[in-house]
Design a protein around this ligand. Structure first.
Ligand code: ZN
Length: 223
């Protein structure tokens, strides 16, 4: 970026209109991130809840280790829940607890976006939460479950993914699986997420945390 600015300031001397065109092009090439959340947190270790910030799918990828279809599925699913939970306002990461399906990608999105953590009784993993997440507001108890609609995810990703977990795929087959997942990621990011997920209210949900440490971290098995 520094080089671009230096180049622009030089170009400015020669041709102001050229500079304007280049600036407009750069701006046009930097659209708002597709997945963007506004969250609110406390402002220091013992502070008030007044620290608002924005996080993107790229931030979640840094935390998670890679950008993948699971990360995008989780983020878009959470986006649909938050439309119900915090419509037109920041997600309060001091006021949520979450149950997640066990995938390493989904669980990372869950704790990142809700602030839920196992050690504070605001996060646990369930083999079958009946979808992807169950999210509950602590202050009013409102609870929603979100799941992906049937048929959205290509079945080949699941069948090859199951073989990959058993370490039965060759390097070429792993490359092919990655290409499938990358295509699916792109499809997700281009889609209207309302069409991809079902969100339902769970008025009678019971919070029943349990600690399990034997889930497979499937994204490191072939490392
Ligand atoms: Zn992942």
């Amino acid at each position: 970026m520094r080089q671009i600015i230096a180049f622009l300031s030089k170009a400015k001397r020669y041709n102001k209109s050229l500079t304007l065109v280049i600036v407009l092009l750069i701006t046009a090439c930097s659209p708002e991130p597709r997945v963007l959340f506004t969250v609110t947190d406390t402002d220091f270790s013992k502070g008030y809840r007044m620290h608002e910030q924005q996080v993107t799918i790229d931030d979640m990828a840094l935390f998670h280790g890679h950008l993948c279809d699971g990360l995008v599925v989780g983020a878009l699913a959470m986006e649909q829940v938050m439309k119900q939970m915090y419509p037109n306002e920041a997600i309060d990461r001091t006021n949520l607890r979450v149950v997640s399906a066990p995938s390493p990608c989904l669980t990372d999105v869950a704790i990142y976006l809700t602030g839920g953590r196992y050690q504070f009784n605001t996060f646990y993993v369930d083999d079958n939460p009946g979808g992807i997440y169950i999210v509950q507001r602590i202050d009013d108890g409102r609870t929603f479950r979100v799941g992906m609609k049937p048929g959205v995810k290509p079945s080949e990703i699941d069948s090859l993914g199951a073989l990959a977990v058993q370490r039965k795929l060759s390097p070429e087959e792993l490359d092919y699986l990655k290409a499938l997942e990358d295509d699916f990621t792109e499809f997700l990011l281009q889609s209207d997420a309302v069409e991809l997920f079902d969100v339902e209210a769970l008025p009678d949900f019971q919070w029943q945390p349990h600690l399990r440490g034997d889930f497979l971290k499937t994204d490191v098995l072939n490392k």
